[in-house]
Write a protein that binds this ligand. Structure first.
Ligand SMILES: [Zn+2]
Ligand SMILES: [Zn+2]
Length: 450
């Protein structure tokens, strides 16, 4: 499976440049630099920088809309050789949705794409066409393949564009079945039609990873399944016990007797709503990297700050939006307590949890001093419910764009004493790109010999 990912901010930058008038050329072209994440059969191609073609590198040729000189191609090839990135030739067709190549595109651009790929077969190069909110690409993956893999581009931003990757026959078959079922069961989603005319399909295609299926994660799986999400990667090694029953929704006394795995309880809930759901379970998220890489959104309901840091770093590397949910109970004085909790949307390219000052050297060092143990921290069902409902709301909006809020960076604070949930005031000052995870570092690390 190959998936091409492009941050919304980079799409906007490219489209703004490509639509500038030129003194004689009817249209403009540019290049994306790419990095890749590759594991097993999954390759993610990340567009990590945009390169405008200078005015003087265009040639006058009235037989076509645009022609660039050899200097522009040489510059692109030099970026592959020097910076160890792939290059994707790009132009825009305007409009919205997934564009299709024109006759001239199909006649001229595949050979250019092949020339770029031939500079370094270890990089992902080819050609692509953009619209105002999406794109189409033909990119040869790392390796010796000469043929570009054609696919729509997944735009990471508000709202996400979810691409249905149906490369293998089984997926196509189940997709047809899913579609048939949705049309016959149209009543089920009648009351959430305001999410948009295509929202059922978008949510059915969305793949969500949930790390931690205890107090928080059990709510996430239950609500997301009701919302219409059918594709899950569930990560937890733990089995249910008596002290989990105060907060793990769907868990029963019989599960405690059987020592059922928490992922199996969540899967049971999901399948009770979608018998053909695509649910994959893994014990440790670190060993399920290939499965998690394919997710469109990852939710972390983990106990430790170190665990959150590692999950966010994984998501940034693979350009996946990360939603963090957590709560704690603090003792303020004699017999006085406060429940504090947070829901964070950490969007690639935007403020991360370090930028937000939620993850600090102090809290990480303090936790490391305690060997990463969160201990048997207090947890209650209602605050997990409030926090997870807010997180489900963030996911529904990100996937469908129903509210048109455009919010792609969120930090909400919960206080149990007055049951309030409010924006963290620090977020409004964090408008610039995140310095901790530069876009150019997305993908597998590349090693350059000294
Ligand atoms: Zn074209
Ligand atoms: Zn940051």
């Amino acid at each position: 499976m190959q998936k091409v990912k492009l941050l919304k901010t980079l799409l906007d930058e490219a489209v703004a440049d490509l639509h500038r008038p030129h003194s004689f050329a009817a249209e403009r072209v540019g290049f994306f630099s790419t990095n890749c994440s590759s594991t097993g059969k999954t390759t993610l191609v990340h567009c990590v920088a945009y390169h405008s073609v200078p005015d003087e590198q265009y040639l006058q040729d009235h037989s076509v809309g645009v022609r660039i000189g050899s200097a522009a191609i040489t510059d692109a090839m030099a970026r592959i050789a020097v910076h160890k990135v792939g290059q994707v030739h790009v132009h825009s067709h305007g409009g919205v949705g997934v564009p299709s190549p024109s006759g001239v595109d199909s006649a001229e651009l595949p050979s250019l794409g092949r020339s770029l790929h031939n500079v370094d077969h270890g990089k992902a190069s080819g050609w692509a066409i953009l619209s105002g909110n999406g794109g189409w690409s033909s990119i040869a993956p790392p390796g010796n393949s000469e043929i570009g893999v054609e696919s729509a581009i997944s735009v990471v931003g508000y709202p996400l564009t979810i691409v249905q990757h149906g490369a293998d026959r089984r997926t196509r078959w189940s997709w047809r079945r899913l579609f048939k079922k949705r049309t016959t069961l149209v009543d089920r989603f009648d009351r959430q039609g305001f999410l948009g005319p295509d929202s059922d399909t978008i949510l059915a295609c969305l793949r969500v990873g949930i790390v931690g299926l205890g107090g928080g994660g059990s709510h996430m799986a239950q609500q997301l399944a009701h919302l219409g999400i059918t594709r899950f990667v569930l990560c937890d090694h733990d089995r249910i016990s008596e002290t989990n029953l105060n907060r793990t929704v769907s868990a029963t006394e019989a599960d405690v007797k059987r020592k059922t795995k928490k992922t199996a309880i969540a899967e049971r809930t999901i399948r009770s709503l979608h018998d053909d759901a695509d649910v994959v379970k893994v014990e440790m998220w670190e060993t399920g990297a290939e499965l998690l890489m394919r997710c469109d959104i990852i939710v972390g309901c983990v106990d430790t700050f170190g665990g959150r840091r590692d999950l966010e770093a994984f998501c940034r590397r693979h350009l996946i939006p990360y939603v963090d949910v957590g709560m704690d109970v603090q003792q303020l004085g004699d017999q006085k307590y406060e429940i504090i909790g947070q829901v964070i949307l950490s969007m690639p390219g935007k403020a991360c949890m370090h930028c937000m000052n939620f993850l600090t050297d102090e809290v990480l060092a303090e936790e490391a001093r305690r060997y990463g143990a969160a201990g048997g921290r207090p947890q209650v069902v209602w605050s997990n419910g409030v926090l997870c409902s807010a997180a489900v709301g963030i996911i529904a909006d990100l996937a469908t764009g129903w509210s048109r809020s455009g919010r792609d960076s969120i930090y909400l604070n919960f206080r149990g004493s007055n049951l309030s949930i409010s924006d963290d005031p620090r977020l409004q000052y964090l408008l610039g790109p995140c310095p901790h995870y530069p876009l150019i570092e997305a993908g597998d690390p590349t090693w350059t010999p000294l």
